[in-house]
Design a binder for this molecule. Structure first.
Ligand code: C2E
Ligand code: MG
Ligand code: MG
Ligand code: MG
Length: 282
């Protein structure tokens, strides 16, 4: 497209493309160093059951504290980590750290960990996840792996095999960002999903008839196949009541809590436990 306008246009774009490539290379070098120098951290966002408003789990969300750029959001570096294969090393760190952290939580709280489709190309992944669970002393039932629809369209038997191995171990499998990809409903039968996470885009305009109909359809498909549903990105009380009305199982979003560092989470657990005690006593 840049060439279509002739030589001048092409020259005009050249320096900026060059700069892009340089920035990318720099980010790639920084990313390698980030692992070695411990610049990654995990924040955790609570998931709440709709029926009781009680916390059922937390999702681990990766943060990169870059020495010059400050906090870099995951969507700014995960695609690059996937392209370069660094996601495997980063993903292993995320899994070990999240499992170790969750082992200190109340035993009714699950940990959800995002796993990239690229990680699901590695035949030893299930074994490495089993190793992370064992090292942390965390029962597999308390781990939930979140994968996006991208893994479905790759039509990859390795990925399917890994997900079955994990599922057989007792790990739960969630389909993340449902509705944003290109997957067809037939995949839902082939893959051992326990949960569908309904993407934020349907939640944000739930008051529109079409979104509400889509959520309703997903909820009934999930129920018919023994899966639960989580609504992502719940920000308002109106969205919460609409989703409850539609029969969603769980919710996650800023309305209840943004992702927080591990230390702040422990305060939330204490408050929850106190509230439950109060309920039990009253
Ligand atoms: P995701 O797995 O769908 O995670 C949910 C994203 O929505 C998070 O963004 C979270 O901070 C954000 N969010 C939660 N509640 C609300 C809300 O009420 N309103 C709005 N506007 N946003 C909300 P975050 O942390 O920037 O992560 C973005 C994506 O990066 C994640 O989407 C996930 O796909 C990926 N990601 C994050 N951590 C990891 C990781 O450890 N490994 C891999 N492979 N991917 C990760
Ligand atoms: Mg997720
Ligand atoms: Mg999601
Ligand atoms: Mg999402």
């Amino acid at each position: 497209a840049a060439k279509a306008g002739g030589r001048r246009t092409f020259r005009f774009f050249e320096p900026s493309m060059d700069e892009n490539a340089r920035a990318r290379l720099q980010l790639q070098q920084d990313l390698r160093r980030a692992i070695a120098e411990g610049q990654f951290e995990l924040h955790y966002q609570p998931l709440l059951g709709f029926s009781s408003n009680v916390m059922t789990g937390c999702e681990a969300l990766l943060r990169w504290r870059h020495p010059e750029r400050g906090m870099v959001p995951p969507l700014d570096f995960i695609p690059l980590a996937e392209d370069t294969g660094l996601i495997n090393e980063i993903g292993d760190w995320v899994m070990r750290t999240a499992c170790a952290e969750a082992a200190s939580w109340p035993s009714n709280i699950r940990i959800a960990v995002n796993v990239s489709p690229v990680q699901l190309k590695s035949p030893t992944l299930a074994l490495r996840i089993a190793g992370a669970l064992a090292a942390a002393g965390l029962p597999p039932e308390r781990l939930e792996v979140e994968i996006t629809e991208a893994v479905l369209i790759s039509d990859d038997d390795v990925a399917l095999g890994i997900l079955h191995q994990l599922h057989d171990m007792g790990v739960r499998i969630a389909l993340d960002d449902f509705g944003t990809g290109y997957s067809s409903l037939s995949y839902l039968k082939r893959f051992p999903f326990d949960k569908i996470k309904i993407d934020r885009c349907f939640v944000s305009d739930i008051s529109a008839g079409s979104s509400s109909a889509i959520v309703q359809a997903v909820v009934s498909i999930a129920a018919a196949s023994n899966m639960t549903t989580t609504a992502e990105g719940v920000e308002t009380g109106a969205q919460q009541s609409a989703l409850r009305e539609l029969g969603c199982t769980e919710m996650q979003g800023y309305l209840f809590s943004a992702p927080k560092p591990a230390a702040e989470l422990h305060k939330l657990f204490a408050t929850e436990a106190a509230a439950e005690d109060l309920q039990a006593a009253g």
